[in-house]
Design a protein around this ligand. Sequence first.
Ligand code: SF4
Ligand code: SF4
Length: 374
Amino acid sequence: MGKRKLGFGFMRLPLLDRHDDGSVDIELVKQMVDAYIERGFTYFDTAWNYCNGMSECAIKEAVVDRYPRNAFTVTTKLPSFMLACAEDRDRIFNEQLKKTGAGFFDYYFLHDTNEDTLKTFNKFDCFAWLKEKKAQGLVKNIGFSYHDTAELLDQLLTENPEIDVVQLQINYLDWENVTVQSRKCYEVAARHGKPVFVMEPAKGGTLARVPNDVETMFKEHEPEMSVPSWAIRFAASLDHVQMVLSGMSDLEQVLDNTSYMSDFTPLTEEEIQMCHKAADMINSTIAVPCTGCSYCVPTCPMNIPIPKYFALYNANLQEIEGKSWTAQTLYYTHLREVFGKASDCVKCGKCESMCPQHLPIRTYMEDVAEHFEK
Ligand code: SF4
Ligand code: SF4
């Protein structure tokens, strides 16, 4: 892994058809990968379920088949929801080796570890299995991505000292969030001496499109820096953070991110305080703090595109004042013809058990229905 702290997340890749999460625009991804590698970056993060199962295949096509193996670093993850028996661990792992063509994984994580998924990971002894994979040389570093309390993280790292790295959700909006606990989790990892990889530094794009008053504050301070750069640089400024993932979706994002992360300068104390102030300003405007990770989507028996509806809802609330028509309303009408509509929700709660943000999705779905279907 190079020294540069920017990782390329293969989670929100550009699509040929925006209604089909698996329709990855691989030619554009190749251009993005080339620009990223040309600028001296090497780290790629994928997972079984990203892009409807096509992300690991995109790693092969855009990276592995086009660059020597020592020119890049690949991370992928074991999904708990695919595990029905102990044999599934190797079956999935071998399939991932085949899909990526990587030969071995530089990092391999238990995916979305939390109190609920831990039941499955522990039932099939996945921490011991991770160590076996490392001993076999098929994985160079082991870890887990994590979405739960700092207390549980402390317990996990105490019970599994052989873990090499933890991946945490850290961003300036969630820094003091009582559910996500970015700061507290970061401090636990630091206390255990574990390097931290950061996911969702821009909270699924939320910190790329901030309210006008926040944008003005940032632009007045540094006119040449983009708004999302503040989110990436906030996470990268933390001492124990070794990697900040950005789920890049177009070439422009790659060029912007790599421009300031090539020769990274940490934020000053004054700038960090500006981020905390921005968090207070943004928190007062967001209705549903969904990151768009899509973990909930496969669980929904009514085929409701949950994060898409939440994104439309949030955007509409920020825009709607005084308007009789918005693009979000039209987009919702199109989506409900193809997918389940918000009012189709049968309140089964399956989505909520998968949500890393612990959102009350059923309640929010009522709000969305009321807002768009009245
Ligand atoms: S609670 Fe509603 S949105 Fe969630 S999985 Fe069930 S039907 Fe889908
Ligand atoms: S509702 Fe939760 S699980 Fe679904 S996309 Fe949003 S943050 Fe992810």
